[in-house]
Write a protein of this length. Structure first.
Length: 75
C-alpha cells in the first residue's frame, strides 16, 4: 500500500487509510485521528464540483447557488 498516512487538510493532523463497514458493504477512506475528518473519492469529486461552481459564479460576478436540505423533497 505504500504510504499509510498523510496530513489532514482541516487540522493538520495525521490521516490513516482505514476500512469503513456499512451494513453489507465496505470501503476505504482517509480518516484523521485528531478531528475525525474522512475523505474518499466521492467526497473529493463533490468538492471539485463545488469549487468549479464557485469559480464559474465568481467569473460571472454571480452569487454561488447553494442548496439546503430543506430544498429537497421529503420521502
Amino acid at each position: 500500500m505504500g504510504k499509510e498516512f498523510t496530513k489532514c487538510n482541516r487540522c493538520g493532523g495525521i490521516m490513516i487509510y482505514e476500512k469503513i463497514y456499512y451494513k453489507t458493504e465496505h470501503f476505504w477512506v482517509w480518516k484523521c485521528v485528531y478531528c475525525g475528518e474522512y475523505i474518499d473519492q466521492v467526497i473529493l469529486d463533490n468538492r471539485q464540483i463545488q469549487k468549479s461552481n464557485r469559480e464559474k459564479s465568481a467569473k460571472n460576478n454571480e452569487e454561488p447557488k447553494y442548496r439546503s436540505y430543506l430544498d429537497t423533497p421529503s420521502v
